[in-house]
Design a protein around this ligand. Sequence first.
Ligand code: C2E
Ligand code: MG
Length: 434
Amino acid sequence: MKTKTKKFIKTEMKQLTELPGHVLFNDALNKAISHAKRHRKIFAVLLIDFYTLQDVHLPIENNVLNKIETLLTSTLRTEDLLAHFEDGEFILLLTDIKKPKFASIVAEKLLQACETSMKDFSLAMSMGISIYPDDGLSLEDILKNADATLYKAKQAGGNQYQFHTPEMDVEAREFIKLENDLKNAIPNNQLILYYQPKLHIKKGNIAGIEALLRWAHPTLGILNPAEFISIAEDTGLILQLGEWVLREACKTNKYWQNEGYEHFTVALNLSPKQFQHPDIAKKIAAILKETELNPQYLELEIGESTVMSDVEFAKNQLEAIKSIGVQLSIDHFGAGYTSISHLKQFPISTIKIDQNYIKGVPNNPDDSAITNAFIGLAHHLGLQVVAEGVETVEQVQYLTTQNCDMIQGYFISHPLPAEKIVMQFKKLMDRALF
Ligand code: C2E
Ligand code: MG
């Protein structure tokens, strides 16, 4: 194996492309190390090698190198630093990535962008990925490990990327596979909504139904949101998924109303990216019009952490959505840090107490005290309270004595597909709680 670490830190070379060379790259890498160390961030270095298929040592012609450079730079974001080392060797610094596996999204994009040109010029391309801090804390270690990994990728047949840490490699490949599958989930009709009712404690009737997304994956079976929502959020696919959920939930609720069931709200969860989208209010209004559902029968649940990340923005966005005439609630209340003064300014009607507190009710005195305080506070502000994750009769009894308004959880019903939940409607309407 040829080792190139020494070569990486040399200071002179003749530049064949417009890109920065060793000196600038190493300077940027050192800065990235200091920044990541201070702010506990991670970053990735991708060592990318293009080589002629017939003979790996054959130099690549200048005009081909320039074409590669254009392809790479047009595929990357302006904040990514791409440098050219020598011959067909490029190096890329991706700063502030949230998780190592996100480097694989970029690696996949580069492979795809270069695919045709590589065929035309009989070239191959391999990438070795080194992650700070897992694969090295110093410039030398990061580069040495990227180089060793590049060598492994070449040995494994080329036209691929590898991570230095084998576990990261497995995780990244699963992530990319799931992401690709998720892109086809809507066209292949693999998304399903499950519905879980909320009950009024005092009246004992259905107060509303929450729509919860499931993905019927062709080989992995029914997947819960925990297994794919973060991928959708990170890749931006959530906007398409969210629109599908919105349309499907409104359509279903309208259908139930047409079938003669008692009218209630259907609630759905808005992800942070959806909530932050400038056109979200317009989109909701358009889908309500299209499905002919009266806005008062739609409720949107927004996570506490989503509204608290930028309070001024959240207030405006909530007001824009509220003006359509829909209901708004704060989900996972208590899981983060909602400032009470802000809660007062939001045009919301309900808070849903995070199920982690309800779990401890009534046996854990702290959880019970916090739950009571939340109920008192919400009522003081004129808001309704839903307790989430209610599983036992003791919890229902306790929450009743504390004047909680609504309950949701396995005690009432697990989330079920539309055709199964309708069978519960009649039972639930007539049900005595305990
Ligand atoms: P959430 O909005 O807090 O939904 C409640 C979660 O608790 C659901 O998990 C539900 O199945 C579960 N649950 C309900 N009752 C009980 C109970 O008695 N005990 C326990 N242990 N769990 C209970 P699920 O369906 O896996 O959803 C998880 C989260 O994924 C949701 O939390 C929501 O934040 C998110 N999510 C679900 N559907 C969507 C969607 O369409 N879009 C977006 N952006 N997020 C969604
Ligand atoms: Mg929810």
